[in-house]
Design a binder for this molecule. Structure first.
Ligand SMILES: [Zn+2]
Ligand SMILES: [Zn+2]
Length: 227
């Protein structure tokens, strides 16, 4: 199969012919339906050697969803053809952080030498992708895996932030939504007002909530000066 791979640091990725992997015990092969391109992919291409100890080459693409193509021995809970999303961070699965479903904080990350598929291990910029453990798959049910792929990173990141603070987000509470957006060739955003406010839920822990308003402008983003 053709895979879009990082073959060297600070070099453009290349399409290369690679073998379709076979799932070993506990592993799952998925047929990729969608693989999102992330800003982090650009950072990967720009990083100098030594920034990460990722072994080269590896296939890019860390926002992935697809259908189960083949199951390794011992995998239960999935059938061939199931639509699945692939959780991005791949930890050891055994340490305290991993058992709390926080594989992005895996205590054995240094020994693993990779952060996940597309980040040191083969990712989804290929027709097929090998998932090292079924626990990293999320059943999508009737959700289209093509549309679901970006949820595994672009969706999971804000979800993670909201989920951890959900107990504070009661009616009447204030939150700060930091949104920086810019489209090539169009105007850049600018902070126009910052309004400190306190809500009963926030004041109980002494935190300050800020309401920040952005407008599109043709001028550059000024320093926020919030320190
Ligand atoms: Zn990303
Ligand atoms: Zn771990």
């Amino acid at each position: 199969m053709r895979a879009y791979q990082m073959t060297g640091w600070q070099q453009p990725p290349e399409f290369r012919d690679v073998e379709v992997p076979e799932p070993g015990p506990g592993q799952v092969l998925i047929k990729v339906a969608g693989a999102g391109a992330c800003h982090s992919d650009l950072h990967l291409m720009e990083w100098p050697p030594g920034t990460f100890d990722f072994p080269l080459p590896f296939t890019l693409g860390h926002e992935n969803a697809g259908w189960v193509e083949a199951l390794g021995a011992g995998v239960e809970g999935f059938r061939v053809g199931d639509a699945v999303a692939v959780h991005g961070p791949w930890g050891c699965g055994r340490c305290r952080a991993c058992r709390l479903s926080e594989e992005n904080f895996c205590e054995n990350a240094a020994q693993i030498g990779a952060l996940g598929g597309g980040l040191g291990r083969d990712g989804g910029f290929a027709p097929f992708m090998l998932i090292p453990a079924a626990r990293l798959l999320v059943p999508l049910g009737g959700l289209d895996p093509v549309e679901a792929a970006p949820l595994t990173d672009a969706g999971l990141t804000p979800y993670h932030a909201i989920k951890r603070n959900l107990h504070k987000l009661v009616p009447g509470s204030s939150v700060a939504v930091m949104t920086i957006f810019s489209t090539r060739g169009e105007s850049s955003p600018r902070v126009t007002s910052i309004t400190p406010s306190r809500s009963p839920s926030f004041s109980s822990c002494g935190s300050l909530a800020l309401t920040i308003t952005f407008v599109a402008t043709s001028t550059a983003i000024p320093p926020l000066g919030l320190a």
